[in-house]
Design a protein around this ligand. Structure first.
Ligand code: PMV
Length: 359
């Protein structure tokens, strides 16, 4: 793992003031990452669809100051100063300062907002951390104009990963692999890469409706959940299975076999939650309505010979995945039936997107 490549190796320009704004998406994993070692090295490779509508928009204003030992920043979320988000961002800056030493010479004012409710169970850390990483990389590009787009994206993913593992998959799209895997050319444990093979037309513009079953704060954070994989009796088998599933889904995505896709994606979601159920201490993030929705999806699939399926991340919400050619019928099913199982009947229509955008 050559991480020295991410340390700037040339003298940088001097810039007094700069401001950059990025919109970066959330993502939904098809093969899940659950379990890691230090520093944010995944125990298995994972792959996700990048989303389009669920995103964070972040502006960072940089103004030159004397260099200090620690990053100096202010943080505003949806216009209000957010003390409670600061420790996570401070430890992110600490982790990245070896790779971005220039941040110690600036005062940073961060303004951030999400297109979706915070703590709705939608991975706000993925879009949030990737947005900050892109703003840092815009500053680095201004300080070092020779930086290529590929090098910039790679380092942005590398930095984002140090904030939140899944954030490494929120820089590019439509499909990103994170974690070294023998069947994915160029894959790495320290940054995400775009799925490098041609994807079958069946998966073009794939739809993801996020059903908000429970918008409350999670009882067990993903940090705690990842840590419980260290002493987990089934961990090694799970990591092996996930890597095998990544090899399988790579073929499925190229060949377009929908039945195999559905089978693998749903099994991954339930296995993730099975790991939670069998952790010590055990915990359950699904709610009764999560299960109601899963059963409804299965009934609908059988009755209509549909390619609808579901996945879950670390929460109670259900991501309903379906091909674009079933959009009209399935959206109607969601509105008339599945919405009844959502908190305040809330759901978000999303689809696969292309990654970070500079605004
Ligand atoms: O990036 P983290 O540490 O919040 O972990 C995310 C883990 C899952 O969302 C459950 C799975 C994944 O691969 O995104």
């Amino acid at each position: 793992m050559n991480t020295a490549q991410f340390i700037p190796d040339r003298p940088l320009e001097t810039i007094e003031k700069a401001s950059f704004t990025w919109q970066t998406p959330s993502n939904i994993a098809l093969v899940k990452y659950w379990g890691k070692s230090d520093p944010q090295i995944p125990k298995n490779a994972s792959i996700s669809f990048t989303l389009k509508n669920c995103h964070t928009i972040t502006t960072i204003d940089f103004s030159k100051k004397e260099t200090t030992a620690e990053a100096v920043f202010e943080l505003f979320f949806e216009g209000k100063e957010k003390e409670e988000f600061k420790p996570k961002i401070a430890s992110f800056f600490k982790r990245v300062q070896a790779y971005c030493p220039y941040i110690l010479g600036y005062k940073m004012t961060i303004n951030s907002e999400n297109s979706f409710p915070h703590s709705s169970g939608i991975a706000s850390s993925a879009s949030g951390l990737s947005a900050i990483a892109m703003c840092l990389m815009s500053l680095e590009k201004a300080l070092n104009p020779n930086l290529s787009k590929d090098a910039l994206n790679k380092k942005a993913s590398f930095l984002a990963r140090l904030g939140s593992g899944s954030a490494s998959r929120s820089i590019e799209g439509p499909l990103v692999v994170w974690g070294n895997h023998p069947e994915i050319a160029g894959s790495s444990d320290v940054f995400g890469v775009q799925f490098p093979y041609k994807v079958h037309a069946n998966f073009e513009n794939y739809q993801d409706a996020i059903l908000l079953v429970d918008k409350g704060e999670k009882q067990v954070s993903s940090t705690v959940g990842h840590n419980l994989m260290h002493e987990h009796p089934y961990a090694e088998n799970r990591f092996t299975q996930a890597n095998e599933n990544l090899g399988k889904i790579s073929k499925i995505l190229q060949e377009g076999n929908m039945k195999d896709f559905i089978n693998l994606v749903e099994s991954e979601a339930l296995t993730l939650h099975a790991m939670m159920l069998t952790s010590n201490p055990y915990f359950i993030l699904m709610k009764p309505n999560t299960l109601e929705i899963i059963h409804k999806i299965w009934e609908y699939r059988l009755a209509k010979n549909s390619n609808i399926c579901f996945t879950l991340d670390a929460g109670a919400n259900v991501h309903v995945l379906y091909p674009e050619n079933e959009k009209e019928a399935i959206n109607q099913f969601i509105e008339s039936e599945l919405a009844n199982y959502c908190q305040k009947k809330q759901y978000i229509y999303d689809s696969v997107g292309l990654g970070a955008k500079k605004l």
